[in-house]
Design a protein around this ligand. Structure first.
Ligand SMILES: *[C@@H]1O[C@H](CO)[C@@H](O)[C@H](O)[C@H]1NC(C)=O
Ligand SMILES: *[C@@H]1O[C@H](CO)[C@@H](O)[C@H](O)[C@H]1NC(C)=O
Ligand SMILES: *[C@@H]1O[C@H](CO)[C@@H](O)[C@H](O)[C@H]1NC(C)=O
Ligand SMILES: *[C@@H]1O[C@H](CO)[C@@H](O)[C@H](O)[C@H]1NC(C)=O
Ligand SMILES: *[C@@H]1O[C@H](CO)[C@@H](O)[C@H](O)[C@H]1NC(C)=O
Ligand SMILES: *[C@@H]1O[C@H](CO)[C@@H](O)[C@H](O)[C@H]1NC(C)=O
Ligand SMILES: *[C@@H]1O[C@H](CO)[C@@H](O)[C@H](O)[C@H]1NC(C)=O
Length: 634
């Protein structure tokens, strides 16, 4: 069958001068007979790149879109992360860095069409694959299925999102040509057609009958079977190591007619902490792109710019064990994390030139970078001594530990406090028998750091102390699993801890609103008052440090390197830059977008160092990133 016929049945959209057929009305559809998309009645092939507005400060959106346009792309592919827009059930945010319509408008002004992927699940190596963690308040919810609570939440969300989208559809005068339903659903165990049908009904209800809806799945029969549905055009995704003929043949089994589409052609790959930095060669990417375009396929490059997992937005995988994604989402993409054109971008542009006229004029240059140099920090105090400030609500008392979800604090860090039930003169094992530390616990007795427990890998450590001593366990949520069957990823102490022979009980659980405290001006507004210990003396265990980068009139991009710091989180001028873990790597520097910096006021830096600061207490701002040094073990 297929092989020969589809190979010869090439969509000629880019390689011929399209005729002068003018219909006068805007339309976008699938021409099944000619294996093409049809835009305003003419054959159309897209060459697109993925960009996530949630990973790039709004200030830079236009710059990145212009660079994509100048590479010769005619479309961008965009995910909408549900949890970014509905942080609390029923409370929506579409402003600032979350202003989706502004992004669509900028893309339209730039001359780029949009392939929109509104989920509700997006994967994307994003926290919980874009699903809001508040869904987990129902303990046994089956996500991505026809579970009634899940469907109710999805329906409410799509009833807010899709009406915003509708005017942006190409057929309605906007730039959205196609809309994806769910995402790689066939990779999920549930394979629940009732769920997919429900989504299809909602998308049709809110967007109308005329828009092209599609699905994307991994390139196996099982995935294509569970992920595709009548009325949703089935597409595949694959990278440079896949046999293109075999992959498109599989799409043909599910869509015997219509355009060939690779919805995610991988230009690079993600990193987990402890990985070697993933890289995919420019020649390989451009060669495979050329082959696909020659076949007439429409191709989206994933990613074209990856950007950054600011704050707590990184996802995680859980295959053999829990592995969280690093802060940078550089992805070795054609535009770097900081939006700079690379050799890979130029190689891609050279390929695209063979297929369509690319815009005249120069590629916008890299944004300027500056090495602001060293800043020496001061210690503010350890977590335990700052609870009045960072946990204004105070603790919740509970016999057994409560999860983050039960506490309704979904991200970041939470403190669990109890007392030692006996004297422990000998080192006594503190055990997580059910592997219930999600994901990393920093343990202190009377403020003295004792060590840590870690999901899947460190389930026991020793503790000493006296009966009645305070046992503090700071638990870090390192990002919820975004892929596979383990996305119900509850955080905190999700089961009991045992000390010696005793189950630990009678907890005080402190929700921590560190980001709130920092956005209210702490610690810089009362610097000095809260310093209770010698400023230059480093200490082990979770501790805050602060400092200022003096303004020098520039607000250029820079990269923060934390040499000899262990693991933690950094804020600059109230913005949470993300996690650092240089000993684990491969990421060594955090991207600091220039627009965050003040040219005239002191720039306020706060660090939460979880394990141990270096004696020098210095950090350094450099003019280039370093993402590829794996110093430690994984
Ligand atoms: C909405 O999101 C923007 C961008 O992240 C943020 O600045 C703003 O504070 C948020 N609004 C609310 C009400 O939380
Ligand atoms: C998109 O841009 C075109 C011109 O480039 C303009 O005519 C059109 O009104 C814009 N659409 C929207 C929805 O803003
Ligand atoms: C891809 O697979 C086809 C069919 O199995 C085979 O004929 C072809 O040689 C393969 N191509 C490459 C580059 O391996
Ligand atoms: C934490 O801070 C408190 C209050 O300043 C202090 O008593 C305690 O010793 C500190 N712990 C460590 C390990 O520095
Ligand atoms: C705990 O202490 C005991 C006795 O000193 C020792 O044998 C054991 O290796 C220690 N365990 C850990 C996890 O450090
Ligand atoms: C840093 O904090 C100080 C003290 O609160 C404040 O005066 C200053 O404006 C802050 N700097 C910036 C850039 O916001
Ligand atoms: C890391 O990246 C830098 C800059 O791209 C490069 O010069 C260096 O050789 C790379 N190091 C490793 C270990 O790959």
């Amino acid at each position: 069958m297929a092989a020969a016929s589809f190979l010869f049945a090439v969509c000629m959209a880019l390689s011929t001068l399209s005729g002068s057929l003018v219909t006068g009305t805007r339309s976008f559809s699938i021409d099944y007979k000619n294996h093409c998309f049809l835009k305003d009645g003419k054959p159309f092939q897209y060459i697109s790149g993925s960009i996530h507005y949630s990973r790039i400060p709004q200030y830079y959106w236009k710059d990145r879109l212009v660079k994509m346009y100048m590479t010769g792309l005619n479309a961008v592919q965009v995910y909408v992360p549900w949890n970014f827009h509905e942080p609390v059930q029923g409370v929506h945010n579409f402003t600032g860095d979350r202003d989706l319509e502004h992004f669509l408008n900028l893309a339209n002004q730039t001359g780029l069409l949009v392939i929109l992927r509104p989920g509700p699940y997006i994967c994307a190596e994003w926290e919980m694959g874009g699903l809001p963690a508040w869904l987990l308040q129902k303990p046994n919810i089956i996500l991505r299925s026809a579970d009634t609570d899940y469907l109710e939440a999805v329906s409410s969300w799509l009833a807010v999102l899709l009406p915003k989208i509708k005017p942006w559809l190409y057929i309605n005068g906007g730039n959205i040509i196609t809309v994806q339903v769910e995402n790689e659903y066939g990779s999920y165990f549930a394979c629940d057609y009732n769920y997919m049908r429900h989504l299809r009904t909602l998308f049709r209800f809110f967007l109308g009958e005329d828009v092209v809806l599609f699905t994307t799945d991994g390139n196996t029969d099982k995935e294509m079977t569970c992920g595709s549905l009548d009325g949703l055009y089935a597409t595949v995704d694959f990278g440079t190591d896949t046999n293109i003929t075999v992959a498109f043949k599989r799409q043909r089994r599910f869509e015997p007619q219509g355009p060939l589409v690779n919805s995610e052609f991988y230009t690079g790959w993600l990193d987990h902490w402890g990985d070697q930095h993933a890289m995919v060669g420019a020649q390989k990417v451009s060669r495979v792109l050329e082959e696909m375009l020659t076949m007439g396929a429409s191709v989206n490059m994933y990613m074209f710019e990856g950007g950054t997992n600011f704050g707590y937005w990184n996802g995680a995988d859980h295959d053999s064990r829990f592995r969280s994604v690093v802060t940078s989402y550089d992805y070795d993409a054609p535009l770097t994390e900081a939006g700079d054109p690379t050799e890979k971008l130029l190689a891609i542009r050279d390929v695209i030139k063979q297929f369509r006229d690319i815009p005249a004029g120069p590629m916008p240059p890299a944004t300027p970078k500056f090495a602001y140099g060293f800043v020496t920090l001061e210690k503010i105090g350890n977590i335990s001594s700052l609870l009045d400030t960072i946990s204004p609500l105070g603790p919740v008392q509970s016999k057994y530990p409560l999860t983050f979800e039960e506490m309704k604090q979904y991200y970041g860090y939470m403190l669990y406090r109890t007392t030692l039930p006996h004297d422990l003169t000998e080192p006594t094992p503190l055990i997580s028998p059910l592997n219930g530390v999600h994901d990393r616990a920093y343990v202190s007795v009377n403020g003295v750091f004792q060590g840590l427990l870690q999901r899947d890998t460190v389930l026991v450590m020793n503790v000493t102390g006296k009966q009645g001593d305070t046992l503090d366990i700071l638990v870090e949520n390192m990002g919820r699993v975004n892929f596979g069957s383990k996305i119900n990823d509850y955080k905190g102490l999700v089961s009991n801890l045992i000390l010696g022979k005793d189950v630990l009980t009678d907890w005080k659980i402190y929700p921590l609103d560190i980001d709130g405290a920092i956005s209210r001006g702490w610690p810089h507004s009362n610097s000095g008052k809260s310093v209770t210990s010698p400023r230059r003396e480093p200490s082990a265990g979770p501790t805050f440090y602060t400092g200022t980068l003096q303004p020098n009139g520039l607000a250029w991009d820079t990269f923060l390197k934390l040499i000899e710091w262990t693991k933690g989180q950094v804020w600059i001028n109230g913005v949470n830059l993300g996690r650092y873990w240089p000993g684990r790597g491969p990421q060594q520097t955090l991207y600091v977008p220039g627009p965050l910096l003040s040219t005239s006021l002191p720039n306020n830096i706060t660090l939460l160092e979880l394990e141990g600061a270096p004696a020098h207490l210095r950090i350094v701002f450099m003019d280039r990133p370093q993402l590829n040094a794996t110093a430690g073990k994984s």
